[in-house]
Each structure stands twice: as structure tokens, then as C-alpha cells.
Design a protein around this ligand. Sequence first.
Ligand SMILES: C[S@@+](CC[C@H](N)C(=O)[O-])C[C@H]1O[C@@H](n2cnc3c(N)ncnc32)[C@H](O)[C@@H]1O
Length: 378
Amino acid sequence: MANDNLKKAKKAKNDEFYTQWADIEKEIMAYIEYNPDVFRDKTILLPCDDPEWSNFTKFFAQNFEAFGLKKLISTSYAYESKKANIPYQTSLFEKKARHFNPDINKTRGKIFTLDHDTNKNGVIDIEDLQWQYLEGDGDFRSDEVKKLRDEADFIITNPPFSLFREFLAWIMDAYKKFIIIGHQNALTYKEVFQLIKNNKCWLGNGFKGNAGHFISNYKDYATANNHIDGMIRVSGVNWFTNIEHGRRHRPLQLMTMADNIKHSKHKEVRGHEYQKYFNYNAIEVPFTDAIPSDYDGAMGVPITFMDKYCPEQFEIIGLGIATSGLECGVKPYTEEHRNYRKNIQKRGTVDGDLYMVDNNNHPIVPYGRILIKKRENT
Ligand SMILES: C[S@@+](CC[C@H](N)C(=O)[O-])C[C@H]1O[C@@H](n2cnc3c(N)ncnc32)[C@H](O)[C@@H]1O
């Protein structure tokens, strides 16, 4: 397979990973713990969700009464529109329905709705879920799914990884509350970072160890990628949200600069002065747990800091990467440093990236950094 096709196939397969019940439960319970009424009398839309495969619909349907929901809607994407080549299976759920239609079953999306006790057994749960075919294929960008978005209070899902940027913009267009899964790399997308900086989006409670184990149907692919019993491990995934939860307000426990230099567990920090960037007035902090508690100026910290970010403790200045860096005052490479990177180090240069220089005046470029500053009185 040509490299490009392989990449495309990989991407499409990444879009078909399903979230485990335990991960959904752990995340959603963090919001409930913070505010037990967070979903009371609300409509939740779960787009990109096929209840036969997905635990999101099952989880919210089973907790419909406990959460006090008004309405649960989930939509699924038509089999033929999925780019990945997965085996086609008609679910029991579909076959036993009187309106099941094999002629359109592969090409239409479906809508699943739960809002009352249809079987009159005294509880509202997954048994009361009703479904219909959508007019189109269930693409979240279609007018009919947009209409459902507009009707909903909350959008919750694990969207297709390859469309994360577009999916988040789709939510923000309608100013909805959301809880969605994404890769931490998305934090460095310019528009996502702007939302984070402006306190319109933040990371959720999170996956254990910052890695998600998703259910995958691609045994061949998954075997080559840490596949264990139908599961695939994806590191660096997180939840993105604009709903409050407790962990976000828990400040990081940090040591002073002097104590870090004396006792840090990181050899890069212990016994060294904190370095300053050459092209921006801030210190370089290579590890989140090495942020000095008593430094009042700007600091460049790893992207993974966002998982520990408490807005009462720190203010975000900007992203020290490329044009975002330039916009917050990071200076471009000097001619000399640019030439050194290109000719001696054979590395590219991107103006706006933060860098330090060593004793020989050679540029040292760390990984992407977020610029932060301690809030006063913290
Ligand atoms: C990463 S999977 C997650 C599935 C489910 N939400 C879960 O977490 O278990 C993303 C789902 O979105 C579907 N999808 C892909 N492109 C879509 C689109 N444009 N509109 C709606 N759904 C789409 C995929 O077929 C897949 O079922």
C-alpha cells in the first residue's frame, strides 16, 4: 500500500475506536461530584455514536433517572460513509425493529431517542430507547444533525480523531456545553489554544496515566500497535470540556526555585540554574513539577502542564510556538542562530518558537512550550 494510503487507512481506523464504559463513568462522575444537578432537566446529544458499539448511549441511558435528564439523543454515522473498511454487521437491535429497512440501512444515519418510559415498566432506561433513520448519513456537519445540536444543552462524545478541530468548532458555533475526547496535541492548534487561554475550554478530569484504552475492531492493525484483547492504547488523550469539575481548581503543590535546584528528582533541574530564553523574557521549565512556586515572572512549561492547570494559580500568557509565539512577543531567530540551526544542526527554524542559547551561543530549542505566569497572591 502506498504510504499515503496507509496513512489514510490508519486515520480512518483511528476514527473507529470506541470508548470504555469505565472511562466514561470516571469522567462523567467528576462533573456530577462537582455539581450533582449538572445534567438535571437537560438534553444531551451524543453525536458520532452507535449504541450497538458505543458505551456513551448505554451509560447515559442507564443513568437517565439518576442524572435527572430531560432527553437523550444519539446519532450514528452510516456504514457506507465510514472511511474505514470494517465488517458490516446488522445489530439485533436493528433487526428486531419493525421499521428496519435493509435497502437504506447502510447509507442512512440513525437517531436514537430516550425521553419517557415507553414499555411502562416504571423506569426509563436503555429498553426505552427508540430509533429512526435520519434523512442523511448522520454526518455531524449535516443540517439535520446541526438542528439536533441546537436543541441540545450538552454535546458529549468521542468524535472522529481526524475531525477534532472541525468538531470543536461545530460545538463552539452553537455555544454549547461539551465533554469530548481529543488528543493533547490539539492543545497546540491555534484556535483550540485561544479557547483554552480565554477560559472557554479546559481539560477534563482525565484518563488514568494520560492514556486511553479504546475498543478496536481492527485486530490486524491493533496487533501491531499494543493490541490486547480487542483494545488499543492511545497515549496523550484527554477530555476537553467547558464544564466545571473539582480537579481543575486544585492548585499544584510546588517547591521553591532554591529547593528545586537542591532537591529536584530531575537531573536536568537539580544543580542547575533555570535557563532564560534568548528570544523572550521567561525561564525555561522543562517539567511541570519543576515549576518554582516563588518565581513571579513568565515561565515556559510543557504542553502537558495543561492537565494540571488551575486558573486560580496561574495565568496563561500564550503559546511559545510559531505564529502564536510571534503574536505574544517571542522574537524571530537572529540571522546567526538561524544559520547555525540550518547549516550545522541541519534542523528547520520556525520563527516564534522559544529557544535558549548555550555558552557557545548555539541555539537550543525545547519542545513546544506554554507561557504562564503565577497569579498574584498565590
Ligand atoms: C472515535 S469513534 C467513537 C465512537 C463512540 N463515540 C465512542 O466513543 O465509543 C468516532 C465515531 O464517529 C464516526 N464518524 C466519523 N466521521 C463522522 C462524521 N463526519 N459525522 C458523524 N460521525 C462520524 C465514526 O464512524 C465513529 O463511529
